[in-house]
Design a protein around this ligand. Structure first.
Ligand code: PHB
Length: 386
């Protein structure tokens, strides 16, 4: 063997030693999202947003080519543990991204905590995920259910409304949203006189709308999303309530739903961490890129998917592509300012976005910003101990 061959072998060996095996392998991203049911469109928007960011990085995160494995979780908590275990144990994913439904996300957080797999939640607001369930390997790119609910409680109290009825689906997200709304509304002099609910994902609203009419409140606060939100807004107007009892909600009520709701959504006021017409260079660039890629306008779910990918990139860049180094991953994210189209945000100690909550009003099929309901609002992260 000549000395050139020896040198070549030496270089190859050094490179192999300096570059761990995982850095050469594809990064396996497990997307656990709804593809069917009332939240199907929300899952698609998150998926689109995530893939857009990856595409903008040339298909790589932290130098590793990305491979996707996707599971339809059907927004069904009864199937959640099996579904997440398929991704962790069968597919050996490096990171879990999911999901929309709070009950399903709780099962994902439990599995992530037990296995140590990185989890970034791109929607589900379940408060405990960044409360008692908090962990060094669990993050959220979206919101906690507390955030938009609390902000709307303050807004409605300040508008002089005194007597409010709430209506939602009876599950974690609905319960937590109403609880946060009530906390702020009653602290500021309002009174929740009735809390109505129906099981998720039912949409037989008629009897409950009759009860609202009979209660004659000053206003209604609601949490619904996806296809259920479309039907609720249409039924509320058809029942003749829209003119007499103003309807307010967490912004999911009118996000990604306005085409289907049409004029029945006009004038509705909601609170959320995103809005149409922010008109910042960052948001304009994102909206243009999204519209070009998908021939669709983005919504809050698309943003949350995009930002989940940005967060993954920040964390994995710090670990040099290693998904097992949760401590370094977390440290990088805790220090980061995430350059989101919604406006930049930081993460709280319990890994939930600290972000502005916009007050929005529907006009011409857009959720137009009408102010900031809460500046840099941080979820209290109650019970988080890491
Ligand atoms: C949730 O279950 O946490 C949830 C679902 C849909 C939304 C928002 C929150 O739009």
């Amino acid at each position: 063997m000549n000395c050139f061959a020896n040198a070549a072998i030496a270089v190859a060996l050094t490179t192999a030693i300096a570059t761990p095996a995982f850095a050469q392998a594809k990064l396996k991203v497990g997307l656990m999202l709804p593809a069917t049911g009332t939240f199907a469109q929300l899952g698609t928007a998150i998926d689109n947003g995530f893939r857009l960011y990856v595409a903008e990085q040339g298909g790589k995160i932290a130098g590793r080519e990305v491979e996707f494995v996707r599971v339809d979780d059907e927004s069904d908590p009864a199937k959640a543990t099996d579904n997440v275990n398929k991704l962790i144990k069968r597919d050996n994913v490096d990171v879990l991204i999911g999901t929309v439904h709070s009950g399903v996300a709780m099962a994902m957080a439990k599995a992530a905590k037990e296995s140590g797999t990185l989890l970034i939640v791109p929607n589900a607001g379940s408060d405990p995920i960044t409360g008692p369930m908090c962990a060094p390997n669990i993050f959220r790119s979206s919101f906690s259910n507390w955030q938009p609910g609390y902000a709307m409680g303050e807004v409605m109290a300040k508008r002089g409304l005194k007597k409010v009825v709430t209506i939602t689906w009876k599950y974690a997200a609905g319960d937590e949203s109403v609880k946060a709304f009530k906390e702020a509304f009653e602290k500021n002099g309002g009174n929740v006189v009735k809390e109505l609910s129906l099981p998720f994902p039912n949409v037989e609203f008629q009897a409950l709308l009759t009860e609202i009419a009979a209660s004659k409140p000053d206003a209604v606060y609601t949490f619904f999303a996806g296809a259920g939100a479309v039907k609720f807004v249409k039924d509320y107007a058809a029942a003749g309530l829209k003119k007499s009892i103003p309807l307010y909600g967490a912004g999911f009520l009118t996000d990604g739903t306005l085409e289907a709701q049409g004029a029945d959504a006009d004038g509705l006021m909601t609170t959320l961490h995103y809005a149409d017409g922010l008109n910042t260079p960052r948001d304009n660039a994102f909206r243009l890129a999204y519209a070009k890629s998908y021939k669709l306008q983005p919504d809050v779910y698309a943003i949350q998917g995009y930002d989940a990918a940005q967060m993954l990139s920040i964390g994995l860049t710090a670990t040099k592509g290693d998904p097992k180094n949760a401590a370094v991953f977390a440290e990088a994210l805790r220090k980061a300012k995430i350059d989101s189209p919604r406006g930049s945000f930081t993460l709280s100690r319990s890994h939930n976005p600290v972000q502005d909550i916009y007050l929005r009003q529907v006009s011409s099929k857009e959720n137009k910003v009408s102010g900031i309901a809460a500046k840099a609002l941080a979820d209290p992260g109650r019970g988080c101990r890491m």
